[in-house]
Design a protein around this ligand. Structure first.
Ligand SMILES: Cc1cc2nc3c(=O)[nH]c(=O)nc-3n(C[C@H](O)[C@H](O)[C@H](O)COP(=O)(O)OP(=O)(O)OC[C@H]3O[C@@H](n4cnc5c(N)ncnc54)[C@H](O)[C@@H]3O)c2cc1C
Length: 475
């Protein structure tokens, strides 16, 4: 096998593997190096997302939501269920199968695109040389015309709280519990903390979520955050805001967590503690001497708007560079870079990155919140449509939440769309497409939506922005 490649991608997560596939599609010779090893020591492509993030969390969210619906909603459908019980081992096995299918799928995709998979550690050296150390310790010196760094991120630790891999764990550990903890504490009410908290709460854990900020979901539209807080409380998530954790200690009777809030020093004892306070870029062992690649003060690889690092023909994409730490953002960057390397046009629209929180109800948005538009001083209008007025949502017994559109008062350009409700993560795709094409709310108003569908809520919210909604009174 040649040691010379047009492109070497270091990192095979959702930013790196699409970059490698697109480079292969562009008829470039390409290798993708990835060092991920699962708990059992088996190597796997797919990075955090497929092995320890998006995919396993969504598998457990789905299973736990089904249990919750069976317990709380089936009766209203006239479905009587006797003897419903939880078999967590089977639930975890299903999750592991989905993860394995997904990660093995990458090898098939690599084969189809002519990507050489290399499992082990990659280190960039000066002059776009790459030192590859396979998992068995064998070293190879590779040379590339272009290198794409996609080394991802890792969980942020919390001072005073040491992971022990069993009772005090990170988000990966929280996806692996073999029994439902009676008492659980999650530190961090961000996307990951809320999703994991929801899983274990639905499966029966008494769940406390400690959040240092005074506000829940500050990045979301204010109305959406308020509605979400109501539903999280209804689920039984005990979210304590303004709670700054000072430390945690594992003792025989449980994990003792101490925190400070407006009332002073507080403490609680739980069976399991999950630290989900955010993630930081991971670049350990990635860069040799004299590569010309620089890190910023927070440890992110410095790149320009086209993902070029300071070193010629060395690029960086995904969680290891600025911007939201999201799989789809990394994927688009990876694909765009692989196109740019091939001399084609590559584009990432950072203004239309959708955010999704896979709780129940689901939360999704794209563009600016009403608060952001207000602060900008731009005159705006809003339109909202509650799912309670959607025939499809009623048929689904999923009437919580609403869709809200924020548009420029003069030009009618859509500035943001916010959904909390059933399938919000799917509904937001229409909003992203609309904003990608700089659509006005009138464009959405004049677009036919099938009936009865949840997407009619997006249509009606757009109509409501001009007080022309049909299925709700206009105020
Ligand atoms: C619990 C959880 C749930 C999440 N849910 C979602 C979600 O629903 N939607 C979403 O968009 N995002 C979600 N995320 C975030 C998402 O997982 C990340 O944004 C995404 O994985 C980033 O992709 P990446 O390719 O940049 O990095 P990673 O996925 O971290 O992949 C980087 C890869 O590079 C490898 N690597 C690093 N350095 C080297 C080296 N020197 N040599 C060889 N290999 C190396 C790593 O081992 C890893 O395999 C979630 C994250 C977590 C933790």
């Amino acid at each position: 096998m040649s040691d010379n490649f047009d492109v070497i991608v270091i990192g095979g997560g959702p930013a790196g593997y699409p970059a490698a596939i697109r480079a292969g599609q562009n008829k470039l010779s390409v290798a993708c190096i990835d060092e991920w090893k699962n708990r059992d020591g088996s190597p796997a492509f797919g990075g955090t997302c497929l092995n320890a993030g998006c995919i396993p969390s969504k598998a457990l969210l789905e299973s736990s939501e089904l249990l919750h619906r069976a317990q709380h909603e089936f009766a209203s459908h006239g479905l009587k269920l006797a003897g419903l019980s939880l078999d967590l081992a089977t639930m975890q096995k299903r999750k592991a199968t989905i993860v394995r299918q997904s990660t093995l799928g990458i090898l098939t995709l690599f084969k189809g695109a002519g990507v050489v998979p290399l499992q082990g550690h990659g280190r960039l050296l000066a002059g776009r040389k790459v030192e590859f150390t396979s998992h068995d310790g064998t070293k190879r010196s590779l040379q590339a015309k272009h290198v794409v760094l996609a080394s991802g991120s890792e969980p942020m630790p919390l001072r005073g709280v040491a992971f022990d891999g069993e009772r005090v764990v990170d988000s990966w550990g929280a996806l692996e519990f073999s029994e439902v903890p009676k008492r659980l504490c999650v530190i961090g009410a961000g996307v990951i903390g809320l999703e994991l908290g929801s899983v274990w709460r639905r499966l029966g854990a008494e769940t406390v979520v400690l959040e240092a900020l005074e506000q829940l979901l500050p990045m979301a539209d204010g109305q959406v955050a308020k509605e979400a807080a109501r539903h999280f409380r209804k689920l039984g998530l005990d979210i304590r805001l303004g709670a700054k954790v000072g430390g945690a200690e594992v003792r025989p009777d449980g994990v003792h967590v101490s925190y400070t809030d407006a009332k002073g020093v507080q403490s609680l004892v739980v069976d399991r503690l999950v630290v989900a306070i955010g993630r930081r870029p991971f670049t350990a062992g990635l860069l040799g001497e004299g590569t010309g690649v620089a890190l910023d003060e927070r440890g992110f690889i410095q790149v320009d708007e086209h993902c070029r690092t300071g070193a010629a023909d060395v690029w960086a994409v995904g969680d290891c560079v600025r911007g939201p730490m999201l799989a789809h953002k990394g994927k688009e960057e990876g694909v765009a870079v692989a196109d740019r390397i091939a001399g084609l046009y590559g584009e990432v629209n950072y203004r239309t990155i959708p955010s999704v929180i896979y709780t129940a109800p689901e939360i999704a948005w794209v563009g600016q919140t009403e608060e952001q538009v207000k602060a900008s001083g731009r005159p705006y209008k809003t339109g909202s449509f509650p799912f309670a007025a959607s025939a499809r949502a009623r048929a689904m017994e999923a009437t919580a939440g609403f869709c809200k559109i924020v548009a420029d008062a003069a030009s009618d350009e859509i500035l943001g769309i916010h959904v909390i409700g059933p399938m919000a993560g799917e509904l937001i795709a229409e909003a992203v497409l609309a904003m990608e094409y700089s659509a006005s709310s009138e464009d959405l108003q004049r677009t036919m939506h099938a009936h009865p569908t949840l997407s009619e809520a997006v249509h009606e919210a757009a109509l409501a922005a001009d007080k022309r909604a049909i299925d709700i009174p206009n105020r």
